[in-house]
Design a protein around this ligand. Structure first.
Ligand code: PAF
Length: 282
């Protein structure tokens, strides 16, 4: 695996690969890699000749400086994992390399995606995500980019950016990878104790029950039951649980057979913010 830390070296190398007709896939990450990320690398390997993984803990998408500070950065382990997956290229830039000028301006109209759910809870988060992903797309010029469904709204936001900016890249959305018991894998899980990981399973269980009962229960009742169950867990602080229509992420009220629905959940356990979701009728 080749490791680049500067844009110019990476671009020069990718240019020769592109001239040789290679299809390039990008897997953008913030490191602390786990099976979920590795599944993206494997998927990328099936659809492209060259897989570029980027590891960059992007400061502009953190609205809480403590969260940025605490974000795990086990870089040696990440490199070893990528090597064991035979990833072709790792891009590992510094903050100065990605943001050479302070307070660089970026603004993109994400519509309601910027104010609903994650947009509401983490003001500026999706502006920061699109800012860095746009830079990475511009730099790597991938044919395909792989993202996990775990950050459901993030994927929608990136698709919107691709559409708005007319970028020649196809998004490949990969399924959520879960532990044997159902916990959605996340870099943040490394901050949970074993007990916390057990407690966090309630998120999966509530999503799974919602999916199983979806055909026979009203949306209102499903939401009420899920919220009630999550609120009775003393170790969990629920931020939101909502059943939404997948195209707009508007909270659903009635079921429409022509529409698809997703349940979104965010909750805190042991001071760690956990996010999960499940498609309910597909
Ligand atoms: O999902 C993530 O890890 C980050 O939001 C991303 C897409 C790598 C941008 O920093």
């Amino acid at each position: 695996m080749e490791i680049y830390s500067t844009k110019s070296d990476l671009q020069a190398h990718l240019q020769t690969l592109r001239e040789a007709g290679k299809q390039i896939a990008l897997v953008p990450t913030m490191g602390a890699l786990h099976e979920g990320h590795l599944s993206l690398i494997r998927e990328a390997q099936t659809v492209a000749d060259i897989v570029v993984c980027s590891i960059f803990v992007n400061p502009t998408q953190f609205n809480d400086p403590k969260d940025l500070e605490k974000y795990p950065r086990p870089i040696e382990n990440d490199i070893a994992l990528l090597q064991s997956e035979a990833c072709d290229i790792l891009f590992l830039p510094s903050v100065d390399e990605m943001y050479p000028t302070a307070n660089e301006h970026w603004s993109i109209d994400l519509g309601e995606l910027d104010t609903l759910w994650e947009g509401a809870q983490r003001p500026g988060h999706f502006q920061g995500v699109t800012q860095i992903v746009y830079k990475l797309f511009h730099l790597v010029q991938p044919h395909i980019a792989c993202f996990g469904q775990k950050d459901f709204q993030q994927v929608m936001v990136i698709q919107r950016m691709i559409d708005l900016k007319k970028l020649p890249v196809t998004l490949n959305i990969c399924p959520i990878v879960r532990s044997e018991k159902g916990l959605a894998l996340s870099s943040r899980n490394s901050r949970l104790s074993e007990k916390g990981k057990e407690e966090a399973l309630v998120l999966f269980n509530v999503l799974d029950e919602t999916k199983n009962n979806f055909a026979n229960t009203s949306i209102e009742q499903l939401q009420q039951e899920a919220i009630a169950k999550l609120n009775t867990q003393p170790e969990i602080t629920l931020e939101y649980f909502a059943i939404c229509e997948t195209r707009t992420l508007q909270q659903a009220t009635d079921k429409d057979n022509n529409k698809k629905y997703v349940a979104l959940v965010v909750a805190w356990i042991e001071g760690v913010r956990l996010i999960d979701n499940m498609l309910l009728n597909m």
